[in-house]
Design a protein around this ligand. Structure first.
Ligand code: H79
Length: 453
């Protein structure tokens, strides 16, 4: 079997026949490897690393607050690139000591927020690894902290029954001579040669990903690239195949995202990945049938930026979650913990508000699928997997005396407000379902109505 076939079949349940006799690889065709991912809908993303210490400020100079704090090494002193010499940046290794880090606290905060999986930057663009990597020395074991953060988090995830995955920067790596730099004109002369990149690839990237897959057993990887990857020479189609099969050979149910490069570099080959990742904070306006997710920030920066106060409200973030769920996608909400290892108070407040809402309304989000009904003006719709229940998310419900689900001919059996069980008048009308809104008992922001058919 050609490698290409191997990769394709591992990401598709229907490919099991092609696996020919490998019983241990057989997938249950009724539960493709992505179903847990789709059922989950809401995950936590964490950006943490050396950059969390300067937090957007270097020697008194503040990065613009709409820039990314995890990019400080390249962007400090803009447009001089790189802004901070590696030797100077590496002073942070001696300072790295997040003594208030508590893996169980992070994971229980995620759990209480209603998140079903956890994702963390195992290695961001700066090249620094948050685990005891045998493949490369530039890692957390060299800091005063010493502890293996990923190991502690993996243990906590297992304890709290939380799925987990790793962000891994496979293309950019500013900690290794052969890693690619940002694809900017000013950096052209400083980019590695092809040979140097191959060395990085074979000596650091592949071994580290192998290490993560085999020793830390994530349920998924989140590889990072964006449109500019289409114009670079390093991460070729062959390398993408190699990276995918490196993971799949160890665990073929480990999911891989499209930002490994396919979305931009080989857009017709999205079938080799398991789920699509949108651009940062990109919320598509239309439904997508392949499993997909948006990763988004609570404020602007991903890594903690102490001058970034552009916090989104909990209600706004809930709407992003609902919008995505109704269009068949997930929402991975980012937290940038502070250098001492704690979540910012502003993040905790929002996590808890979102968690309180999901506590009573989560049934309308988890384990649902997008409903193939035209998106109504009054809000959004999801449906149970068996198709016998619709969940109607009415945005600004006080504006409506009644709402209508068009072109849905079945006879409704009951309609209730999910939050308090209040029964509403519902009937089949004009080839759809007509529902009377109540005069009281609605949330002024989002009310969820459960309609059984
Ligand atoms: O990890 C987060 C980002 O650091 C990473 N992806 C998310 C999940 C990412 N890196 N680069 N990009 C996304 C796209 C490129 C953005 C940039 Fe800029 C353009 C960096 C520098 C110029 C805009 C302006 C953002 C920072 C300055």
């Amino acid at each position: 079997m050609k490698r290409r076939d191997f990769i394709k079949t591992t990401s598709l349940a229907s490919g099991m026949m092609l696996m020919g006799g490998l019983d241990t690889f057989a997938l249950d065709s009724s539960s493709p490897i992505t179903s847990w991912f789709e059922d989950s809908r809401f995950g936590m993303f964490i950006h943490f690393g050396l950059y969390s210490i300067p937090a957007g400020e270097w020697k008194g100079k503040i990065m613009p607050r709409n820039w990314y704090a995890e990019w400080i090494r390249m962007q400090h002193n803009w447009p001089n690139n790189p802004g901070i010499a590696k030797k100077e940046y590496d002073e942070l290794i001696k300072q790295f000591n997040p003594t208030n880090f508590d893996a169980r606290q992070w994971i229980s905060e995620a759990k209480d927020a209603g998140m079903k999986y956890f994702l963390i930057t195992s290695k961001h663009h700066d090249g620094f690894a948050l685990w005891h990597s045998k493949a490369d020395d530039y890692n957390i074991s060299k800091t005063p902290f010493e502890r293996d953060m990923l190991r502690e988090l993996v243990d906590a995830c297992n304890e709290f029954d939380m799925k987990y995955g790793f962000y891994y920067s496979h293309w950019l790596d500013w900690g290794h001579k052969g890693g690619a730099l940002p694809p900017w004109d000013q950096l052209k002369d400083k980019q590695p040669s092809q040979k140097e990149f191959d060395k990085y690839w074979n000596q650091k990237c592949l071994p580290q990903v192998r290490e993560l897959a085999s020793e830390y057993k994530p349920s998924f990887f989140w590889f990072d690239s964006w449109s500019e990857i289409a114009d670079q020479p390093y991460v070729t189609e062959a390398k993408i195949d190699e990276l995918i099969s490196t993971v799949k050979r160890i665990d073929k149910s480990c999911l891989i995202n499209s930002r490994i490069g396919t979305k931009w570099l080989h857009s017709k080959k999205d079938s080799v990945v398991d789920y699509l990742s949108m651009g940062d904070n990109e919320f598509p306006k239309k439904a997508i049938s392949k499993p997909w997710e948006t990763s988004g920030t609570m404020n602007h920066s991903w890594g903690f930026h102490k001058h970034d106060f552009h916090w989104k409200s909990s209600a706004d973030m809930l709407r992003l979650l609902i919008d995505n769920a109704s269009r068949g996608g997930n929402f991975q909400l980012n937290i940038g913990p502070m250098g001492d290892g704690q979540f910012p108070t502003a993040s905790i407040k929002r996590l808890r508000e979102i968690g309180a809402w999901l506590d009573v309304n989560g049934e309308a989000i988890y384990n649902t699928r997008r409903a193939e009904i035209r998106e109504p003006k009054w809000g959004r719709i999801t449906q149970s997997k068996d198709g016998n229940t619709l969940y109607l998310f009415v945005y600004n419900p006080l504006e409506y005396d009644e709402i209508f689900v068009p072109r849905f001919r079945r006879e409704p059996q009951s309609a209730t407000i999910l939050e308090n069980g209040q029964t509403l008048v519902a009937r089949a009308f004009n080839r759809g379902t007509y529902i009377e809104m109540p005069d009281y008992g609605v949330d002024q922001n989002i009310t969820v109505i459960k309609v059984k058919y």
